[in-house]
Design a protein around this ligand. Sequence first.
Ligand code: ZN
Length: 90
Amino acid sequence: MPGCATCDRFLSPPTVTPEGRCPSCGRPVEPGGAHPRGEDPERTPPGEGEPAGEEDLGPVPLHIKILGVALVVYLGYRFFQGVEWVIHRI
Ligand SMILES: [Zn+2]
């Protein structure tokens, strides 16, 4: 997280100016590991590609896929149980 040594406080990345300066005193802040906006080569420029918020999502984890398959199998099983129940009621 970027922080201003002059004001002795931490700044969240959106509050830092695009030039990487403190909004209170105007001095350059220490990046603290955060990437300044517009300098990440892997990031697509704004206005291109997918909407923001979905670009950093990696591949779906395996356990999520297994959970999804199990859910589909279970709901399919329950669906056919319901169909069978309806058939027996007719
Ligand atoms: Zn400051």
